[in-house]
Design a binder for this molecule. Structure first.
Ligand code: ADP
Length: 598
């Protein structure tokens, strides 16, 4: 008992361990699917980002480079150089016109000329309200760089216009070659570029060297900073009034996984950032990939995988259940089969026992019948034989006395007794003739034949005969399987007995009916004789049972008839009619080919 318990316990432990490892396996598998899909989607997004960045950066570079040469070229112009030294300011007016023409042709937002103090003395937008003329730009790096190094570039929100732009500048040399006497600057608007990004519906940023967003496809992200700004840098920006009064708040928050979360209260959108450094001014272009679609795609893959796993699990469970049920069914059917086999074996055994018992009974019955028969035959033979012996002895004595007449009489009696013995032997022979042929025998024809043989007797006894054959059935189809002689014998026995019973009856009647029943023919022979008493009815078919006088009947007729009917698989019954008289009924199966009832 303890052994099976611990075995059961072991089984349980193994089962739980199996389930746990299956769960871990499934979890790890699902996580891998999630991770793989996420990585795959991120890689795809990064590739896309890289392509877009290349495209956008080259268009930006192109836009900037288009103007890069222009300030230097203009600074070489004598009109520009002369305008700086012209006390009368006449040339400045000319320069105004010239610069506005160049600006219009080149697409620059503004081109302006500053003197050595940074004061604008000529500008392409001289005619407009927010003209640069007279404005002081010495604080701008593009001025100072150009004065110091010959060229400068800068991105800033215009202090006059409030519009952001990229400034490129070149020093205007003194014709005498004594150094820079002013700066020619050109402002390029990048608004249209930004607008095209916005329209593409993508998240693109351009940050300067300090990490401040100077261009963005989303206007609300502009002038915010990515990362920290040093105090030094902040101070410089304020000094150069690069972004005017923009507060330069941080744009989102860098999370630990490197993603950038933009928005507030933590429900902001998260982005993967893909940077691309540009040659200009330490600028960096960023492409932002929203993380949510990546997660969504990973989640979808996870869902599909989980669904698949679940389906597999359910399939597995179902298969297991089916197998279990099948095993149960197999066991059940095996048990039933075994039980059946046992039962069959028992039935067979019982049948055999029964058959043996029956065989013994039959044997006993046969012996008994044989005994009765032997006694009957001995009795039947004995009587005529002793008669013959007596008549023969008498005859001899009479011959001695020469009473030949009387002796002849004795010899005649001997002959009669011999004939009787012959009849007995003939009947015994008939009885011995077992199992004759089985061919179709026409019942109606045999009945006719037998009636013809008995015609003389029927006439003599004045018997009224009624024969009823089935209507609607051709007589030659009323057939049974047997042999003619035995069927004639059967009919003769029944009719003879009836005629015997009608002896001495006042208005003797004999009724013969042939009925058509499903599968068999039924012959009824009925008379209006004295009928059969109880005791006789019981022994009617026994051999040598007769109520007739010695020499009238042997008591074999019905016994032989019974045997014949048995041989033909039929049935013979007898009884008394209510109106008086006896009936005998013989049922015989129809021969194949005869009419059959549904
Ligand atoms: P048997 O005719 O030689 O006597 P059976 O076996 O033919 O022998 O008949 C046996 C007995 O059945 C007859 O002795 C008779 O008593 C009785 N029996 C047969 N047929 C009839 C009948 N139609 N009416 C009355 N008794 C009958």
């Amino acid at each position: 008992m303890a052994g099976t318990m611990s075995q059961h316990g072991h089984f349980r432990v193994w089962r739980i361990a199996g389930l746990v490892s299956l769960a871990v396996l499934v979890a790890v598998g699902l996580w891998s699917v999630w991770h793989w899909q996420y990585t795959q989607a991120a890689r795809e997004a990064e590739r896309h980002a890289h392509n877009r960045l290349t495209l956008y950066s080259s268009s930006l570079q192109g836009a900037l480079e288009r103007f890069a040469y222009l300030p230097g070229l203009l600074a070489q112009q004598t009109l520009i150089q002369a305008a700086l030294t012209d006390e009368t300011r006449l040339l400045a007016t000319q320069a105004n016109d010239y610069l506005s023409l160049v600006a219009e042709r080149s697409g620059a937002e503004a081109i302006f000329l500053m003197d050595a103090q940074g004061v604008t003395i000529a500008a392409s937008n001289h005619a407009e309200d927010d003209s640069f003329l007279g404005h002081h730009y010495a604080f701008r790096p593009y001025f100072r760089d150009a004065m110091d190094n010959g060229i400068g570039e800068f991105f800033a929100i215009g202090s006059t216009t409030g519009r952001a732009g990229y400034f490129v500048s070149a020093a205007v040399d003194n014709p005498a070659g004594t150094g820079s006497q002013g700066v020619l600057a050109l402002k390029v608007s990048l608004e249209s570029l930004q607008e095209s990004w916005r329209q593409a519906g993508e998240n693109v940023l351009l940050t300067d060297a300090n990490g401040v967003v100077i261009l963005s496809s989303r206007p609300e992200w502009r002038y915010r900073r990515l990362g920290e700004l040093s105090e030094q840098a902040m101070l410089e920006i304020r000094e150069q009034r690069q972004f005017m009064d923009e507060p330069l708040d941080p744009l989102g928050e860098r999370l630990r996984d490197g993603t950038l979360s933009i928005g507030n209260q933590g429900i902001g959108e998260r982005y993967l950032t893909k940077p691309l450094e540009l040659a200009t001014l330490g600028w960096t272009m960023h492409y932002l990939v929203p993380v949510r679609p990546l997660y969504a795609s990973a989640r979808n893959a996870l869902l599909v995988a989980a669904g698949g796993t679940l389906a597999l699990l359910l399939l597995g469970l179902w298969l297991r259940e089916r197998q279990k049920r099948q095993r149960l069914r197999d066991r059940e059917s095996r048990i039933i089969r075994e039980a059946n086999e046992r039962l069959e074996a028992r039935v067979e055994e019982r049948t055999r026992e029964l058959r043996e018992a029956q065989a013994e009974l039959v044997q006993a019955g046969k012996l008994a019948a044989l005994g009765t028969m032997a006694a009957g035959i001995a009795h039947e033979l004995n009587q005529p034989l002793s008669g013959i012996r007596t008549y023969a002895a008498n005859g001899e004595r009479l011959l001695h006395r020469e009473r030949t007449q009387a002796a002849e009489e004795n010899f005649r009696r001997i002959q009669t007794l011999c004939e009787r013995l012959g009849t007995l032997i003939r009947q015994l022979k008939l009885f011995a003739r077992k199992g004759g042929a089985r061919e179709p025998v026409e019942l109606a024809a045999r009945l006719d034949f037998v009636l013809e043989l008995l015609e003389e007797r029927i006439q003599r006894q004045g018997v009224t005969l009624h024969v009823t054959l089935p209507a609607n059935v051709p007589h030659d189809t009323i057939r049974v399987a047997g042999d003619e002689v035995r069927i004639e014998q059967l009919l003769t026995n029944l009719l003879r007995n009836a005629l015997d019973a009608l002896r001495g009856v006042e208005t003797p009647r004999l009724e013969i009916t042939l009925d058509d029943e499903p599968r068999r023919w039924v012959i009824t022979v009925a008379d209006n004789g004295p009928g059969i008493d109880e005791a006789t009815l019981e022994r009617l078919f026994d051999p040598f049972y007769t109520t007739k006088a010695v020499g009238d009947g042997l008591g074999l007729g019905l016994f032989i008839s019974y045997g014949i009917v048995q041989d033909l698989d039929g049935r013979i019954t007898a009884g008394n009619r209510e109106a008086g008289g006896a009936w005998f009924q013989v049922e015989l199966p129809k021969a194949e080919g005869g009419p059959r009832h549904a």
